[in-house]
Design a binder for this molecule. Structure first.
Ligand code: DHB
Length: 392
């Protein structure tokens, strides 16, 4: 069976893969995007909700993107500890904002835009492996949605296929990264209620962390720190509200029916190799961050902007300098975001083995952030997103 042919084979139709196909098309480079999931699964899986300003600006180039119209601009967040709230005023500190617009809505916009543009986008297609990564014609091998063997030959293969990336496992190896685990997870809920607070609240309390986030005028997203082995179905709704409320003293949470609950495990991971020959990784395939600080999807977007520049130079001008610089350039931002996510996590959560010293030191750390304009500015800069590098 002869292999199909495309210029860039993109494995994964998440934010990274879809955005990359859009940026490549704008430069006249065709691609095929494959995902093992169904369109419905992709469009309904609940993920994070915060877009950096630079992410919204790049999404502005996607026809029909609703990030600005349906999403909400947030000009700050609140850090709460020791019974007091402290606003981090992004606009005043760095003149930038973030947008609250759920990732699955970003995905609906991207999928609709790609299909309208005639993108070859295949759901239910499984990728087993990549062959010939170090040749000029790498091939993606797998199975189509109707169970037929699939083989796509390309000029370049991109692994945008998430934290259990088949592309990474087959090209770079299965244990190829630096990682760290955490002794806690987040219990997340979605409920039918209006917002309890105008802005997000990140709360460090003696009982552990809680995050009061939002989704819309009628649906709210909240999280609290829990044991990684917690059973999402075990607590009653009354117990969930009691736990949440105890962790945000000073704010009366508006309760409503809880219609979704999940336990999110935390992991920090960075692959040692982001590129080998004519294969590269972007997004969660290359790195995962703990959710505190909402860097995951934004970091994927930053990778994709760099890689799209590099691929344009490689495939249109035969210029390899950009692709040779990709990993190092991407890793600079990745490690800054890793640090920020680890820092927000460690500053706000109660470690199970924390003693008095650790707890009081943590409050000292939080005070040194909120009492200092430099401290608040660092947080605001990182949260709203460092400038995106577009040139390699
Ligand atoms: C959300 C998730 C985050 O990890 C975060 O830091 C802020 C908001 C959310 O899902 O709304």
């Amino acid at each position: 069976m002869p292999a199909e042919r495309t210029r860039v084979a993109i494995v994964g139709a998440g934010p990274a893969g879809l955005l990359l196909s859009h940026l490549l098309e704008a430069a006249g480079i065709d691609s095929i995007v494959l995902d093992r999931r169904s369109r419905e699964e992709i469009e309904t899986t609940i993920r994070a909700g915060i877009l950096e300003q630079g992410t919204v600006e790049i999404l502005d180039s996607v026809p029909g993107s609703r990030a600005r119209t349906v999403g909400h601009r947030h000009d700050g967040i609140e850090l709460r500890f020791a019974g007091e709230g402290h606003r981090i005023d992004f606009s005043a500190l760095v003149g930038r904002s973030v947008w609250l617009y759920p990732q699955h809505e970003v995905l609906k916009d991207l999928i609709a835009a790609r299909l309208a543009a005639g993108q070859d986008l295949r759901f239910g297609a499984t990728v087993d492996r990549v062959e010939g990564a170090e040749t000029n014609t790498p091939r993606v091998i797998g199975m189509s949605s109707d169970g037929e063997p699939l083989e796509i030959a390309a000029d370049f293969v991109v692994g945008a296929d998430g934290s259990r990336s088949a592309v990474r496992n087959s090209v770079m190896g299965t244990r190829a990264g630096a990682f760290r685990e955490y002794p806690f997870a987040w219990f997340g809920i979605l409920c039918e209620a209006p917002p309890s607070s105008a802005e997000l609240i990140y709360s460090n309390s003696p009982n552990g962390f809680a995050l009061i986030s939002q989704r819309s005028e009628t649906v709210q997203r909240m999280y609290f720190q829990c044991d990684p082995d917690a059973d999402a179905n075990a607590p009653s709704e009354a117990e969930l509200w009691e736990t949440l409320q105890a962790r945000v003293p000073g704010t009366a949470l508006i309760e409503g029916p809880i219609f979704q609950r999940d336990v999110l495990r935390f992991r920090s991971f960075v692959a040692h190799e982001l590129r080998r020959g004519r294969t590269a990784l972007v997004g969660d395939a290359a790195h995962t961050v703990p959710p505190t600080g909402a860097k995951g999807m934004n970091l994927a977007v930053a990778d994709v902007i760099l890689l799209s520049r590099a691929l344009q130079a490689l495939l249109l001008e035969d210029d390899e300098r950009g692709i040779d610089a990709y990993a190092e350039a991407a890793l600079r931002r990745i490690w800054k975001a890793q640090h920020f996510s680890w820092w927000m996590t460690s500053m706000l959560h109660a470690a199970p083995d924390a003693g008095d010293f650790d707890r009081l030191r943590q409050l000292g750390e939080l005070r040194s952030v909120v009492d200092s304009e430099a401290g608040r500015t660092y947080l605001a800069e990182a949260y709203t997103g460092w400038p995106l590098q577009t040139e390699l």
